[in-house]
Design a binder for this molecule. Structure first.
Ligand code: IMP
Ligand code: MG
Length: 188
């Protein structure tokens, strides 16, 4: 089912679709090819940041043609709201030591950067051989310190989006596209 079609029930909550599922699939393919080429001859560990990074990491890892290990980390910054709080909790650490490994962090969105800063700091303590970031979305906004994001799926305007992993109050993560919610949903 395509969420551009009327039978996708959550589609009606979107004001507009920002990135369609075919466009996402094409870009995930490209990123997979690029990562495969960049890490040729090396073994990669991809670390998915829960929960928003899940669909992206699941699709992307199958487009990477390399020996690869998967880890997940949990970081919680949102309390069901549409603005980021500065406080952040690591709710799930990696299961293995990352010393000497080539690590690629997979995140749904680079918004304020609080999450990526915290997880990047945590992983840096492991002394990996390399530590890079891949974010599906990057919002166009000023940040006090900018993290270098090696791989970006899409640069988007500074609007609140849902779908393909991104939630509003834990909903809409299963939408196959990325879209902007109707403002009346926030007011409910
Ligand atoms: P940060 O502000 O870069 O730390 O982003 C923290 C987390 O907030 C991201 O991993 C997302 O889960 C969530 N987030 C940020 N912007 C959005 C958005 O536009 N829609 C839904 N979730 C968002
Ligand atoms: Mg969230």
């Amino acid at each position: 089912m395509d969420c551009t079609e009327s039978e996708c029930s959550q589609r009606q909550d979107l004001e507009r679709i920002l990135i369609g599922r075919d466009e996402i699939a094409r870009r995930v393919n490209e990123l997979g090819r690029q990562i495969t080429a960049d890490y040729a001859g090396r073994e990669l560990v991809i670390i998915c940041i829960l929960k928003g990074g899940l669909p992206f990491a699941a699709d992307l890892m199958r487009k990477i043609d390399l020996p690869l290990q998967l880890e997940v980390v949990g970081a919680s910054a949102y309390k069901g709201a549409t603005t980021t709080t500065a406080r952040l909790r690591i709710t799930k650490d990696v299961d293995h030591d990352m010393a000497g490994r080539h690590v690629l962090l997979i995140e749904d969105i680079y918004d304020t950067g609080n999450t990526l800063h915290a997880v990047h700091e945590l992983l840096d303590l492991h002394k990996p051989a390399s530590l890079e970031i891949c974010a599906l979305l990057r919002k166009d906004k000023p940040r006090p310190t900018d993290l270098p994001i090696r791989y970006v799926g899409f640069d988007i305007e500074d609007v609140f989006v849902v779908g393909y992993g991104l939630d509003y109050k834990e909903r809409y993560r299963n939408l196959p596209c990325v879209g902007v919610l109707k403002s009346e949903i926030y007011k409910e």
